[in-house]
Design a protein around this ligand. Sequence first.
Ligand code: ZN
Length: 210
Amino acid sequence: MRLAVLGPPGSGRETIAGSIAASLGVPCLSLADAVQAEMRAKTPAALQALKHMNAGELVPDHVLLSMVRNRLTQPDVAAGFVLDGFPNHAVTAVALDAVLFDLGTLIDRAIDLVLPDAEVVRRLAGRRTCRGCGRTWHTEFAAPARPSVCDRCGGELFQRHDDNPDRITAGLQSYRPAAAATLNHYRASGKLTSIDATLTPAEITAKALG
Ligand SMILES: [Zn+2]
């Protein structure tokens, strides 16, 4: 089975994608993983990407796509894979479909982890990070015994810049339209399964594979 797991920041997407991949016994791939694998293998596409990165430029979409293509031809994904967080605005669902078609395969199902904006903010804005050990806490869901003090190392907790509500809202404003295009693509082909992201990871995994 070949799945794409999609969802906004704070939806637990990485955890769910990993859990589904483990249930299926197939690799879980993010775009960053695909790029890193290519970099390690020093493929022509990776060298091209590196040239852009060294020049302080974004890696062009077609270079990203060729790295994804290379990754999807590796033997470990022959029996299936779970994509974590893509297709997206850079590697689009249409472009990915074309690559997979060319490789004689397709995406069977796309999972949409549904989480309203207000809940995304609630989940992310409550996060606190320890200056000492780097562990992440949450004022509501994983609160330390004493506020602002890490239970593990006694370090001071702080809110990362990215976890500030204004930054989260700005991130959502760029995420939602790009995600809508991907979701519409899979909805139109009847492959989209929408699941409430506030359920437990086990419940979500069961629904995703049900
Ligand atoms: Zn700590």
